[in-house]
Design a protein around this ligand. Structure first.
Ligand code: AQP
Length: 343
């Protein structure tokens, strides 16, 4: 590692290779990874082990894992500035999770909102669904990450990672883990469903036409989905926290995030709009302009799967070079005998 790299803040963030990546994932997380990657030392992880917490079709999971790698690269993740890798390629994550399980009170996990939400959707709740945030804590703290750029829905999990890191440090009387901070964007931290602006846009429902704009959607589809977006019976195009006006607010938030304008500039842009129909078309246009080059680069990247695999193998090696020694030291602190250790 160069001295310039080592003085940079370390960043870790992950994304699951399941469902269709949508503009919420992009604006809430991935785009911010890309924008700040040159200023930081970054580890971006395709968290396939997290995907297994609910049942997956094995062939589909394999296909989506490689496809997500191509989407992230097409979105601007630069392998010379960021380490991009697949979680299951670095066994330290799963082992670290086990060790952290031993210091995590179960009540902390039972309180997690996502566990409560997702467990009601399952016939059988896997132990892994409850344990998910401990694996996430291992993902983050094995890299001594200072910052975790995520959408608002992941804030609670990152805060739990902080609690787990602090608990380990306290129990073993050692400032061993860096205590990470969630970094939530000012715009688009919680993009809402276009068919239901009271619920978060979610990968699980991205196959339902009208719910989400997926990053690989063609322009016609994007226009169609925006034109059908749920709004209200009014005409006023202004930001608002009135739940009745959540649909218009969501469209304005998306426009604000895509164009990086201030709320005042956004409202000024729509001062001459002829009703919500006009608003929807204009928001669709800026989103189409944003995703078109990503979709084109994605197609090119998918033509060479061997190259993608090579990049991911290099990423896994770079990630292991950081997390494997950290795991070994963690084991030593906890009293495990390391292989070949004679004392
Ligand atoms: N609607 C959203 N708005 C802003 N950010 C979002 N993120 C997810 N949804 C939104 C952020 O995207 C990153 C990757 O998310 P993930 O892989 O953990 O995805 P997830 O939470 O499984 O995906 P979804 O889309 O939320 O689907 P569901 O809930 O159906 O599983 C994270 O940083 C997340 O905050």
């Amino acid at each position: 590692m160069s001295s310039e790299q080592s003085s940079k803040k370390r960043v870790f963030s992950g994304i699951q290779p399941t469902g269709n990546i949508h503009i919420g994932n992009y604006l809430g997380a991935v785009r911010n990874w890309v924008i700040h990657q040159k200023e930081k030392e970054n580890f971006f992880c395709i968290v396939d082990l997290h995907s297994l917490t609910v049942k997956q079709d094995p062939d589909e999971l394999r296909r989506q894992t490689r496809s997500l790698a191509a989407i992230l690269l097409a979105s601007g993740i630069d392998p010379s500035a960021s380490t991009l890798f697949i979680q299951s390629h670095v066994a330290a994550h799963a082992e670290g999770c086990w060790l952290l399980n031993c210091v995590t009170p179960i009540g902390w996990l039972q309180r997690m909102t996502q566990f409560k939400d997702k467990s009601v959707q399952q016939e059988t709740i896997s132990a892994a669904l409850l344990d998910y945030p401990v694996l996430q804590a291992a993902d983050i703290i094995l890299y001594d990450a200072h910052e975790v750029p995520v959408g608002e829905d992941q804030k609670q999990h990152v805060e739990l990672s902080r609690d787990i890191a602090q608990r380990f440090n306290h129990l073993y009387e050692h400032e061993f883990f860096v205590v990470p901070e969630p970094v939530i964007p000012k715009s688009a931290a919680r993009v809402m469903g276009l068919d239901d602006p009271t619920a978060k846009m979610a990968k699980t429902y991205a196959h339902v036409r009208g719910h989400a704009v997926r990053l690989l959607d063609e322009p016609d589809e994007i226009m169609y989905v925006f034109k059908r977006a749920v709004t209200d019976s009014g005409r006023e195009i202004r930001f608002s926290d009135d739940p009745e006006r959540a649909g218009v607010n969501n469209l304005l938030e998306i426009y604000k995030a895509v164009t990086s304008k201030t709320p005042e500039e956004v409202e000024r842009d729509f001062a001459d709009a002829r009703g919500y129909g006009d608003l929807k078309v204009r928001v669709a246009e800026v989103v189409i302009e944003m995703v078109n080059p990503i979709r084109e680069r994605y197609k090119t990247l998918m033509e060479d799967p061997a190259k993608l695999d090579r990049l991911l193998a290099i990423g896994a090696e770079q990630a292991a070079a950081v997390s494997v020694p950290k795991l070994a030291e963690m084991k030593r602190i906890m009293g495990l005998v390391l292989p070949g250790e004679s004392r």
